[in-house]
Design a protein around this ligand. Structure first.
Ligand code: 16G
Ligand code: ZN
Length: 534
């Protein structure tokens, strides 16, 4: 058979004996075994677009915080959401088809089963991060897309959230929900202008040092800065670790994952006590803040802290605008959220907290059910989403006095400043700066809102992680039998204890988290639970 699809697939044969899975963040592994997967992903993207009558679908080539030799790919739905679960399963099946005929047959089977018109237009947007393997893998996707007759827009290098933004803009262009201009300039103009309006002439105290993980976020931030108000009037940003000429330095001893995992600043950091810093990850969809306190001790302000800061600020603005009776704010966290953060939101901010399994899509779905849903993972992935009703209300509301008008205008600017298609490190970073400027806070005031419970995260290597099954948003194990009872017994022995074990979705390991009233108790609890898991 000489269908173009068969030819494209045969050009990129699958390595023998490997099994691929579309996981929490798409396909992700060593870059040199991904060619065949990328070509097949191109076919799935074309089908997905056809199934939606030619809506734009996104393909992002990135492995986020993974080492430089890895790469990966994920698909983006028309409004910038993560791929639907049913299509994740189809993608996995497609990626594991070995030869051209099998792929071609499966392509046609999907079309038949889902009643997809193969003559419908297929439109796909592609972009990649700065990894050395990106150009080659882009070629593999292109081969798949071309063979399926898709129209392709290649944006070159983008951060993951920029790609999500483009997809949403392209699909809403000319409608009442138009999200923005689908160009890089459009992205910078939108977020730059919103930052200026949201600041309301307030100036963040001191500068902000941004560690870009030597990834694509570096050059994009440098570009964004050109669209922000001049530094003398607003924010002075110092860009560090933005070396994308040396792709082997990506995520090495820097970036959000390094900082969060090691609980320390990048070794190259030269900032002084009290200086505000933040780190992006390799594709700029995660951000964590940190600083050295007056005793030179490293202090982390992670995703939990961003969520509490933003929720408290938006809550204030909604109240000041006179909308508190009709608009309810909620916070969505995972089991990794520090117990003190959860308590602060529930008892101090008096807001509802939902807990979901790990992975952005779970938090996003839960947040979509709220009027204003603030969702962040402790690791710095997250954003805020506003329901259509809430957006309408905020757009239509007539303020009754100047105070309400002021709050309303801040709220509207925040809506523009927040990338609602997905968590965006650059947009989240500007949002945090806006809140700190309004509150006239430095990092120490932000840290002082509550005290984290000491905690410990361990990675445990086991024979078979698939036997670890959880319920209650991963907070309890249902299998292996009896294990949860043993964990409960250990937890009950320490003060303010909490612990859970879950199979990682990205590594062959089980993760154990424990927190308690003191560092010694938290560490001891984590060790004991890890022993039980082994
Ligand atoms: C992926 C997820 C991230 C999650 C992490 C957990 C997305 C875009 N990324 O990186 O949200 O925190 O996996 O990893 O959903 P783990 O399952 O290995 O603990
Ligand atoms: Zn990332």
């Amino acid at each position: 058979m000489s269908d173009p699809i068969v030819e494209a697939v045969q050009k990129h044969p699958a390595p023998e004996g490997l099994q691929y899975t579309y996981g929490t963040a798409g396909f992700r592994t060593k870059a040199d075994v991904l060619d065949s997967v990328l070509t097949r992903v191109g076919l799935v993207a074309a089908l997905r677009s056809r199934s939606l009558k030619g809506k734009w679908i996104g393909v992002m080539i990135t492995a986020s915080h993974n080492p430089p030799e890895d790469n990966g790919v994920k698909l983006v739905e028309p409004l910038g959401n993560m791929l639907q679960e049913e299509w994740e399963v189809l993608s996995t099946e497609m990626a594991n088809k070995a030869n051209g005929e099998d792929v071609f047959k499966f392509y046609q089977d999907i079309a038949a089963k889902h009643k997809i018109d193969l003559k419908a237009p297929a439109r796909v947007v592609v972009a990649r991060d700065t990894r050395a393997s990106g150009a080659r893998l882009l070629g593999c996707v292109q081969d798949g897309l071309k063979s399926a007759g898709a129209e392709v827009k290649d944006y070159g290098f983008l951060t993951t959230p920029q790609l999500h933004y483009m997809v949403r803009c392209l699909n809403t262009e000319g409608t009442k929900d138009a999200y923005g201009t689908p160009t890089e300039k459009g992205y910078y103009e939108k977020f730059g202008a919103a930052f200026k309006t949201a600041l309301k002439g307030k100036k963040p105290s001191g500068g902000l040092t941004v560690d870009c993980a030597n990834g694509v976020g570096g050059p994009k931030l440098v570009e964004l800065i050109k669209y922000l108000p001049p530094k003398d009037d607003a924010l002075e940003i110092h860009v560090v670790n933005d070396n994308v000429i040396k792709p082997e330095s990506l995520n090495v001893d820097c970036g959000a994952d390094f900082v969060k995992t090691n609980q320390r600043a990048p070794p190259s950091s030269k900032t002084g006590a009290g200086d505000r810093c933040c780190s992006l990850d390799g594709d700029a969809d995660r951000v964590v803040f940190y600083f050295k306190d007056s005793s030179n001790v490293f202090r982390l302000l992670d995703g939990d802290r961003i969520a509490t800061l933003v929720a408290s600020f938006l809550g204030d603005q909604v109240r000041l605008a006179g909308l508190a009776d009709t608009i309810k704010i909620g916070v969505v966290q995972t089991a990794y959220a520090n117990g003190a953060a959860t308590q602060y939101v529930e008892q101090h901010l008096k807001l509802k907290v939902d807990c979901t399994p790990t992975g952005v899509k779970h938090l996003h779905h839960a947040a979509e059910k709220l009027d204003i849903g603030v969702y962040f993972e402790a690791n710095g992935h997250g954003t805020v989403i506003f329901s259509t009703d809430t957006l309408d209300q905020i757009a239509r509301y007539e303020p009754k006095n100047p105070g309400q008008a002021e709050a309303l205008s801040v709220l509207r600017a925040c809506i523009d400043l927040i990338n609602q298609s997905v968590g965006d490190a650059l947009s989240d970073m500007l949002l945090v700066e806006v809140v700190l400027a309004h509150k006239n806070w430095g990092p120490q005031e932000w840290l002082s809102t509550y005290t984290d419970l000491p905690n410990r995260l361990l990675k445990v290597l086991v024979n078979d992680r698939t036997i670890f099954k959880t319920t209650d948003a991963e907070r309890k194990l249902t299998s292996p039998e009896g294990l949860q009872k043993q964990i409960d017994a250990e937890v009950s022995k320490v003060r303010q204890g909490r612990s859970f074990a879950r199979a990682s979705g990205t590594e062959d390991a089980v993760r154990v988290y424990a927190e308690a009233a003191t560092k010694a108790e938290a560490e001891d609890l984590a060790r004991k639970v890890a022993e039980l898991v082994k």
